[in-house]
Design a binder for this molecule. Structure first.
Ligand code: S3P
Length: 174
């Protein structure tokens, strides 16, 4: 990356499957850097004045994805932010392009069992309702290649939030 490219990349964007720790790590990073923490799921809920399960139930996933794109686009106009994205935000090509253009993209991964343990009891994830173990397995298989565009990938399976944040800072390019 030449200096001009690096200077445009003024955000750290966390991507990854549900339960990989994007929000906890994002908060920790924001604290360490003194940057603003932004969670796109929270922005979506604020914009729609509904919870995520309500958006899915009332308007469907396509409306959720549309709003997700809008809030990401708006957030990326600003700089010096840690942006935690929803696990499906990378599904649209335009979102992936926007992230790479406006931020340094860090993918968090974790072993399937660890993800299941982290998300199993959570009613706030509409895509995992029913048999969470089976849904995670299906979705992880379907999404196995979508996080590969990141600038850096970190396996969080055996790491604490603190250790992940430190690892990201050690490898930081913005
Ligand atoms: C989704 C992930 C969720 C949330 C929504 C859809 C996905 O965010 O955006 O339930 O498609 O993977 P987290 O990754 O923060 O759980």
């Amino acid at each position: 990356m030449n200096p001009e490219e690096i200077s445009k990349k003024r955000n750290i964007i966390l991507i990854g499957f549900m339960g990989t720790g994007k929000s906890s790590v994002g908060c920790k990073l924001a604290e360490k850097l003194g940057w603003t923490f932004v969670d796109t799921d929270a922005l979506i809920e604020r914009k729609e004045s509904l919870t995520i399960p309500e958006i899915f139930a009332l308007h469907g996933e396509s409306r959720f994805r549309e709003t997700e794109h809008e809030v990401l686009h708006e957030a990326l106009r600003q700089s010096s932010q840690i942006i935690a994205t929803g696990g499906g935000a990378v599904l649209r090509r335009e979102n992936r392009e926007l992230m790479l253009e406006r931020g340094w993209v860090v993918a968090l991964t974790a072993a399937q069992d660890v993800i299941v343990r982290r998300v199993e009891q959570d009613p706030a994830r509409p895509l995992l309702q029913g048999n969470a173990r089976q849904r995670v397995a299906e979705l992880m298989e379907r999404r196995k290649d979508v996080y590969g565009f990141a600038d850096v990938t970190i396996d969080t399976t055996d790491l604490t939030v603190e250790a992940i944040a430190e690892l990201i800072l050690a490898r930081r390019q913005v």
